[in-house]
Design a protein around this ligand. Structure first.
Ligand SMILES: Nc1ncnc2c1ncn2[C@@H]1O[C@H](COP(=O)(O)OP(=O)(O)OP(=O)(O)O)[C@@H](O)[C@H]1O
Ligand SMILES: [Mg+2]
Length: 238
């Protein structure tokens, strides 16, 4: 049994602890919800539990589909073990359907199906509000090299296909999502962080109702029953 050690990092959604095993971290999912880069913040009872369970199911499903990632196992309703990786400071966003900042910036109505899935990079730097950057920025900032950029794009598209299969089976339309990757000691890049209604736009396949954090961002109601609905649907197909 792995033993929990000292706190390594407290983020907005999770706490990371060291363990007695090298490169293995103990993650606790928090009840905190934030939006607008932390300007909007609330404690929402039950949220940590829901995201931990949803993420755990999705990572297990991704394993079945041959995707490499950091998830080791779920420990409790709010905790999991992960492999420590050296995080690449990028938010890798994949979009299947226009929504959010894409719609706002480019004037494409929300819900417009894109001709093909697109990948975007955002520099993960809270002090700068996570700015949108291009491949040259990634290179010049020394965030990743050319081969790694190509790998990140290809891997994000592969993960997209796998997630579309998973969510479609659960009656959910995958609009867009954010991924974070990191490097193992030997330089291999694997998927990290979380995949949950906090990090994906999920719409009901039939009604297009929001089943994600836009409920919170846009003050559309209580996220708990909505995240519970996502968990229930994933549990049914797990
Ligand atoms: N396998 C991993 N190894 C090391 N760090 C990880 C791993 N997976 C995720 N992380 C990092 O854990 C941190 C905590 O997650 P959380 O989602 O709470 O942070 P955040 O508030 O979104 O981001 P940040 O505080 O970094 O701006 C994030 O910085 C994330 O990049
Ligand atoms: Mg986060």
């Amino acid at each position: 049994m792995v033993e929990k050690k000292g706190l390594l990092y407290e983020g907005k959604a999770k706490k990371l602890y060291q363990t007695d095993e090298k490169d293995v971290l103990w993650v606790e999912y928090l009840n905190q919800a934030t939006a607008l880069n932390g300007a909007k913040k609330d404690q929402i009872q039950g949220k940590g539990e829901l995201n931990n369970q949803i993420t755990s199911i999705i990572f297990e499903k991704l394993s079945e589909k041959g995707i490499k990632h950091h998830f080791i196992k779920q420990l409790s309703p709010t905790e999991q073990l992960i492999q420590q990786i050296n995080m690449i400071p990028l938010e890798v966003v994949l979009r299947n359907v226009a929504a959010g900042s894409f719609s706002k910036r480019l004037g494409v109505p929300e819900g417009t199906e894109l001709a093909f899935p697109i990948v975007e990079f955002y520099f993960k730097e809270d002090a700068l509000d996570d700015p949108f950057i291009n491949d040259d920025h990634v290179l010049v900032l020394d965030i990743a090299n050319k081969e790694e950029i190509e790998f990140l794009k290809a891997e994000a598209k592969k993960i997209n296909q796998a997630l579309i299969e998973i969510f479609t089976e659960a009656g959910i339309r995958l609009i867009d999502f954010k991924l974070e990757f990191g490097r193992l000691a030997d330089g291999t890049i694997i998927l990290g962080d979380e995949i949950s209604p906090d990090t994906c736009r999920l719409w009901d396949l039939l009604t297009n109702d929001h089943l994600d954090k836009d409920i919170y961002r846009r003050d559309l109601g209580d996220i708990v029953p909505v995240y519970q609905e996502v968990l229930d649907r994933l549990t049914k197909i797990a």
